[in-house]
Write a protein that binds this ligand. Structure first.
Ligand SMILES: *Cc1c(COP(=O)(O)O)cnc(C)c1O
Length: 393
C-alpha cells in the first residue's frame, strides 16, 4: 500500500483514541470472561437477557438442524425462508403495522431505507447525536443535510419553515440516543413535521422491547406511532438476536423490498436467527415483567450513583446510563478500574461521542439483581475517586 497507515494509527494512539477489539466469552447468567477474568457484563445491549435464553436457543437450534446455517442468497433470489416470512409477519403484528421487512443488520436497515426514500433534492433534518448509520443513509441519498439540536426545537422550527427546498422535508431521529440514554421529543417533533409538511423517520434500535406499554418503543410510549412515517428497529439489542427491520404500510415495505440496496444486494439473515427472533418477540410479549424489572434495576442504579454524587446525565431514561468524565484516557482508565472489581462497563470516546465528553457507559440488563447493582455503584464510585486521586498526585 502506498499510503502511510502507521502515521494515522500513531496519531490515534497519541490522542488516546486507538481502539482494540477484545475477545469475550459470554455466558447465560450475564457474566462473561475477558482476558481470563470473569466479569459481570454491564456493557451489553441484551437488555432483557434473551440472547442466551434456553427457549430462544432451542428455536434457533431446531431451525439450524432443518435449514442449515447460511441463507444462501438475498431475499429476492432464494434467501427468504418460511422463518423470514413468519418473522416479518410477527414484526408487523408486534408493531401494529400492515407490513414489515427484514435487513441483515440495523445498520443496513438505516442506510438502505434512508437512501431508498430520500431524493437528492430533499432536505433532511438530522439530530446532531443520531447514530452513524442514519447519517450514512442520509449521505448516500445525496440530499441536503441539516443538523439540529433536540434541546433547541425552536431553531429546528425556524429552519423547517424557512427551508429553501424544491424537494421533500424529512426529520430523522434516534428514539433513544445510544450514548446519552435520553429519548427524542417525538410529540414535539411530529407537531413540527405537521406544521412544515415534513415526514418523520424514527430509529427505535435501543427502544424496541424496552420502551412503551407493550415494548414497541418510544413511538408507542409517546403515542406517535400513527404520526411517524417510517419506524426502523433492530433485532440485535433487546431482542437478543441479529438483524434490522422496518415496519410500516404495505406500500412502504413494497418500495423498500424493490429499492433498498442493503436488502436487495445482501444475503438474507440465517433462517435460524429468524426463528430465534420469532421466539424472542413472543417472550417479549408474554413476559412484560422483564421490562418492568429492567426499569426497576436501572432506576436503582441511577439512585445509587446519585447517592455517591456522580455526574450522571440527568436526561437518561431506561437501561443506558452514561457517566461523563471528559478525557478519553480517563474514560478508558476508569473502565479498567471498574473491571478490576469484576464489572465490564464500556469506556466511550470520540468519534462516538463529541470531544471532551468521553464517558463510562453502563447498560443494565435483567441478568442481574439489586445486590449486583449496588455493588456496581460502589465499584464505579471507587474507580472514579481513585482516578481523581491519581490525577492529584
Ligand atoms: C445499534 C444501533 C444501530 C445498528 O443496529 P445493528 O443491528 O447493531 O446493526 C442503529 N441505530 C442505532 C440508534 C443503534 O443504536
Amino acid at each position: 500500500m502506498r499510503i502511510q497507515l502507521s502515521q494515522r494509527l500513531n496519531d490515534l494512539r497519541e490522542s488516546g483514541l486507538l481502539r482494540e477489539a477484545r475477545t469475550i466469552r459470554p455466558s447465560a447468567n450475564g457474566w462473561c470472561e475477558v482476558d481470563g477474568q470473569l466479569l459481570r457484563n454491564f456493557a451489553s445491549n441484551d437488555y432483557l437477557n434473551l440472547a442466551h435464553d434456553d427457549r430462544v436457543i432451542a428455536a434457533a437450534r431446531e431451525a439450524l438442524d432443518e435449514y442449515g446455517v447460511g441463507a444462501r442468497a438475498s431475499a429476492l433470489v432464494c434467501g427468504r425462508s418460511e422463518w423470514h416470512s413468519q418473522l416479518e409477519r410477527r414484526l408487523a403484528e408486534f408493531e401494529g403495522t400492515e407490513s414489515a421487512i427484514l435487513f441483515p443488520t440495523g445498520y443496513a436497515a438505516n442506510t438502505g431505507t434512508l437512501s431508498a426514500l430520500i431524493e437528492p433534492s430533499d432536505t433532511v433534518f438530522c439530530d446532531r447525536f443520531n447514530h452513524a448509520s442514519l447519517v450514512d443513509g442520509i449521505r448516500l441519498s445525496r440530499a441536503r443535510l441539516r443538523v439540529y439540536r433536540r434541546d433547541r426545537l425552536d431553531a429546528l422550527q425556524r429552519e423547517l419553515m424557512s427551508a429553501d427546498t424544491t424537494g421533500h422535508k424529512w426529520i430523522v431521529t434516534d428514539a433513544v440516543f445510544s450514548m446519552d440514554g435520553d429519548l427524542a421529543p417525538l410529540s414535539e417533533i411530529c407537531d413540527l413535521a405537521d406544521q412544515s409538511g415534513a415526514d418523520v423517520i424514527v430509529d427505535e434500535a435501543h427502544a424496541t422491547g424496552v420502551f412503551g406499554p407493550t415494548g414497541r418503543g418510544v413511538c408507542e410510549l409517546t403515542g406517535t406511532e400513527d404520526r411517524v412515517a417510517v419506524r426502523i428497529g433492530t433485532l440485535s439489542k433487546a431482542v437478543g438476536t441479529q438483524g434490522g427491520f422496518v415496519a410500516g404500510s404495505s406500500e412502504l415495505i413494497e418500495w423498500l423490498r424493490n429499492s433498498a440496496r442493503t436488502q436487495v444486494y445482501s444475503t438474507a439473515l440465517p433462517p435460524a436467527v429468524c426463528a430465534a427472533a420469532v421466539r424472542s418477540l413472543e417472550l417479549i410479549q408474554s413476559e412484560p415483567e422483564r421490562r418492568i424489572r429492567l426499569f426497576q434495576l436501572s432506576d436503582l442504579l441511577r439512585a445509587e450513583l446519585r447517592r455517591f454524587d456522580l455526574n450522571l446525565l440527568e436526561q437518561s431514561r431506561g437501561p443506558v446510563i452514561p457517566l461523563v468524565l471528559g478525557d478519553p484516557n480517563e474514560a478508558i482508565h476508569a473502565a479498567r478500574l471498574v473491571e478490576q472489581q469484576r464489572f465490564l462497563v464500556a469506556g466511550i470516546r470520540p468519534p462516538t461521542v463529541p470531544q471532551g465528553t468521553s464517558r463510562l457507559r453502563v447498560s443494565v440488563t435483567t441478568a442481574f439483581n439489586e445486590q449486583d447493582i449496588r455493588a456496581l455503584a460502589v465499584a464505579i464510585t471507587r474507580a472514579v475517586s481513585e482516578l481523581t486521586m491519581q490525577q492529584k498526585t
